[in-house]
Design a protein around this ligand. Sequence first.
Ligand SMILES: NC(=O)C1=CN([C@@H]2O[C@H](COP(=O)(O)OP(=O)(O)OC[C@H]3O[C@@H](n4cnc5c(N)ncnc54)[C@H](OP(=O)(O)O)[C@@H]3O)[C@@H](O)[C@H]2O)C=CC1
Length: 390
Amino acid sequence: CEFRMICRSDLTGFPGHPRPFSGSAARRAVMPAWVIDRYGTNEVLRFTKNAPFPVIQYPNEVTVKVHAAALNPIDVSMRGGYGAATMAMKRDPLNLNQAGSEFPLILGRDVSGVIMECGLDVAYFKPGDEVWAAIPPWKQGSLAEFVVLSANEVSHKPKSLSHPEAAALPYTASTAWSAVVNTGGLNKDNCAKKRVLILGASGGVGTFAVQLVKAWGGHVTATCSGAAERLVRELGADAVVDYGTGPIQNQLSSERFDLILDNVGGETERWALALLKPWSGAKYVTLVTPFLRNTDTLGIADGMFQTGVTVATKALKHLTKGVHYRWGFFIPSGPALDDISDMVDAGQVRPVVEAHYSFAQVPDAFLKVEGGHARGKTVIDIISDEHECV
Ligand SMILES: NC(=O)C1=CN([C@@H]2O[C@H](COP(=O)(O)OP(=O)(O)OC[C@H]3O[C@@H](n4cnc5c(N)ncnc54)[C@H](OP(=O)(O)O)[C@@H]3O)[C@@H](O)[C@H]2O)C=CC1
């Protein structure tokens, strides 16, 4: 705690308190960014040339110059205050700051860019390296000229992708990886011939998850709207079910799966677990959980308690039927992105970019994502026209 307090103070650079980063670049105080100063709808987004310049505070951190970012549904939700209680606890565990100290808040969970500066403990990266990362939601985001991240959240960008293409993957790919690998238990060595059902295959997470399971030799059944069927088949899905043509559970009643990845939530968990192979270790993993909503409405302690009771009750209920019920979560992981980067460069997986926006058009990009019906990702080119905003 003492170490943390010292690192967070302005003592760095004084004798006995060396700066925790390499390089002698003159420090800038401000940078261009899209920020919010309160939670709300799209009008809370504000462009400023004077956002606080992010400073390396720990020796394992790096500063990344953002070339491209992307938006996810969580950015729209966080704009409205979703997850604020949990994020406040992560940023300020001792509750030393006043409510609202997160503002001006910078959204944006995906970054592709170039390392500008490294903390003294960082050996894996050097200034000039092209990198990508998924930014934890409690940290300042990528809708800005610079972002500071822990080196273990960062990975070398796939060489075969441009920055805008690379920015389309980190958050959703890391989430799909966490759900399929960490929670679902599949990997390149055990996935062959596994039957996987991906509910909501046409969005950011789904388009990556389909490719991941196919790259490892699994059999993918995907659900999406009829309008997205062609895209999902092109990504490799073996069977595609159009949820618009009637209840999916009826269309799949004779199928049994080893893993179900649910990117849709709501009613799906009422019927989906019956499609798992019982007593075989089969798992249902949903990414749509009430965790953050619970802590927002009930507070941290009661929200976490309620969350624990809910997930334990559901897991136990389904365990008695021989199947596993799990919640999946985004996990920031440079090592996972390293593996994904290799898969991209090997041509096994690719980003699906649906829409490009300039830095000046960030509010339009939010409206696009808010409108739903994603077919892959919405990307923001930060570098190409940064001067339009400045
Ligand atoms: N727990 C966690 O840590 C995380 C959770 N998530 C959550 O996972 C979910 C998916 O994320 P993401 O892929 O980025 O979201 P997107 O908005 O990119 O994609 C959602 C996709 O689902 C499709 N869809 C909507 N309704 C259905 C349905 N009934 N059946 C099949 N497909 C449907 C949509 O297209 P259309 O409407 O045209 O059918 C769209 O293509 C979101 O709810 C997100 O909040 C995401 C990341 C991390």
